[in-house]
Design a protein around this ligand. Structure first.
Ligand code: FAD
Length: 487
């Protein structure tokens, strides 16, 4: 059997990996437009005499993985199978990084409560003033009539009120999607399960408690996937050992997953990576029993590029999945004491006064791992704000660094200039699942099934979850689906 994978980001690579394990005789061609693999996974080492290691490791894209939930289980499985368990750097539950997360509002850091007792105390902080009202409102609020999708903003306002939604939920959405909660789909984003809970239990808070006690957090399909992943007892052990770590990072950077995958492919005879070979053509063969990628024929193909390129290659219904761009500014200070806060970092809400450069959040990277023995921060800017205010996009990396340092002067009191700075505009990097995303996906899927006779499989961060874990889980599912068809 021959399979073509289109796109060498984590979604395409994990599909290739699982497929090569499930069907060792399968010949897999992986097409990548660029001369490198990994897509948004970009860890860079910048030489500097100011660090005892001789360089500083910056993440220009993702930096942490969640080892919990179904997507977390798939991530742990991939790391285990790639023999990367020793590279996992757990961020333990009781570490300052896991315990102290902040919201910057309106002109100070507010600590996100990490326990019930802290939650009671937190209401004196401006960002959390709305919490008691939000909890009471949810207990008495009626449930929505009908099943149609709505925006995250509309759901959260209905259930918890406007102030809670603006100050807390919008900060979370800035951090995860760099998006606007009033246009993102409730059903298709990470909060989708809350809509199901409201439907069943009316109160979201009570529903979460009851659903977890009754083991209802996963549907039947998800339970099957979980069982299948846990069959590997080594994965099971590692997954259990990471229970007390809400997040992990990787020694050598997140991109090290990609080098391990690439090494695995080089060592195997059945995966061939075709660098610098963009996919420019996708079509069903004249005999209708093969799919053609560029000029080669395959039994199946997996599409792991962006949704825009899918509608450029095929006359299928276009997805309305725009993307946001993020300016990522990495800063390193030799003097670790410049950072006086302990914790993971802070996020900002939607309507933050005095935020002309659209700071979305700041991650305190050196709090999670600090081989450089200094202070390392990442400032993220822009997101959905760049679409409505394009003039605010810094025109040079130097300008981006100056906006970022200005912001941390104000929020963290850091007046010193960084010893090393690195700024990258990540254009169109985070897909925005708009209200109605699932309906569009269903239409697209039936077009693909009807017109390409099940020969094309869809995956990637535009499809069913934007995190690395989601992409790996979809890779696992896609490989299983193809293996099933091949039987
Ligand atoms: C700044 C930032 C921070 C993030 N932080 C986190 C985080 O902390 N944790 C987390 O879990 N997730 C995070 N994410 C999300 C996560 O990194 C991405 O969703 C994920 O990497 C997307 O992977 P992908 O394979 O779907 O897409 P991509 O990474 O975009 O890969 C697509 C690949 O297809 C290739 N390609 C495109 N066109 C063609 C063509 N015509 N022919 C052949 N190849 C082509 C591209 O070159 C690329 O290699 C972050 C993302 C960003 C941008």
């Amino acid at each position: 059997m021959k399979v073509a994978i289109c796109g060498g980001g984590i979604a395409g690579l994990s599909t290739a990996f699982y497929l090569s394990r499930l069907i060792p005789t399968c010949q897999i061609d992986l097409y990548e437009r660029d001369s490198r693999l990994g897509g948004w996974l970009q860890s860079v080492n910048i030489p500097t005499a100011t660090s005892p290691t001789g360089n500083v490791l910056f993440e220009q894209g993702p930096r942490t993985l969640r080892p919990s939930g179904l997507a977390g289980l798939a991530t742990v499985d991939l790391l285990k199978q790639l023999k990367m368990e020793k590279s996992i750097k757990p961020i333990l539950k009781d570490s300052s990084s896991a315990k102290n997360k902040y919201i910057y509002y309106p002109d100070r850091l507010n600590v996100v409560p990490s326990s019930g007792f802290q939650a009671l105390k937190s209401v004196v902080q401006p960002a959390f003033r709305a919490v008691p009202y939000a909890l009471l409102r949810d207990l008495f609020q009626k449930k929505k009539v009908g099943n149609e999708d709505e925006s995250i903003g509309s759901f959260m306002e209905r259930r918890f009120g406007k102030m809670f939604t603006h100050r807390l939920i919008s900060s979370l959405i800035n951090g995860i999607y760099a998006g606007n909660l009033y246009s993102l789909s409730m059903q298709s984003t990470m909060f989708g399960f809350l809509a199901d809970i409201e439907r069943k239990y009316r109160s979201v808070i009570l529903g979460i408690v009851l659903a977890s006690i009754r083991g209802e957090m996963l549907n039947e399909k998800q339970k099957l996937l979980k069982t299948s992943l846990l069959k590997n007892e080594h994965t099971n052990e590692l997954f259990k050992s990471l229970r007390s770590s809400p997040m992990v990072s990787l020694e050598g950077g997140i991109e090290s997953i990609i080098s391990h995958l690439n090494a695995d492919f080089s060592a195997s005879s059945n995966v061939k990576v075709r660098f610098n070979q963009p996919v420019t053509r996708l079509a069903l063969s004249a005999s209708k029993d093969k799919i053609e990628v560029n000029n080669c024929q395959y039994d199946y193909s997996v599409f792991a590029m962006s949704s825009d390129s899918l509608s450029e290659l095929l006359p299928c219904p276009a997805m309305n999945t725009p993307t946001t761009s993020v300016y990522v500014v990495n800063l390193f200070y030799q003097d670790a004491s410049v950072l006086s806060y302990k914790g993971f970092g802070y996020l900002t809400p939607l309507h933050l006064p005095n935020n002309p450069n659209h700071i979305l959040g700041v991650v305190f990277d050196s709090e999670q791992s600090n081989p450089e023995q200094g202070a390392k921060l990442t400032v993220m800017m822009g997101g959905h704000n760049y679409a409505k205010d394009p003039k605010s996009i810094p025109t040079t990396p130097e300008k981006a660094v100056s906006y970022a340092t200005e912001a941390i002067k104000q929020s963290l009191g850091i007046y010193t200039s960084p010893d090393v700075a690195n700024a990258t505009l990540q254009r169109n990097c985070i897909p925005q699942y708009k209200v109605g995303h699932q309906h569009q996906l269903d239409n697209l899927q039936s077009w693909v099934d009807d017109n390409l006779r099940g020969r094309l499989h869809l995956t990637g961060s535009w499809y069913n979850g934007v995190s690395i874990g989601d992409c790996i889980l979809n890779g696992y599912k896609t490989a299983q689906d193809i293996a099933l068809k091949a039987q």
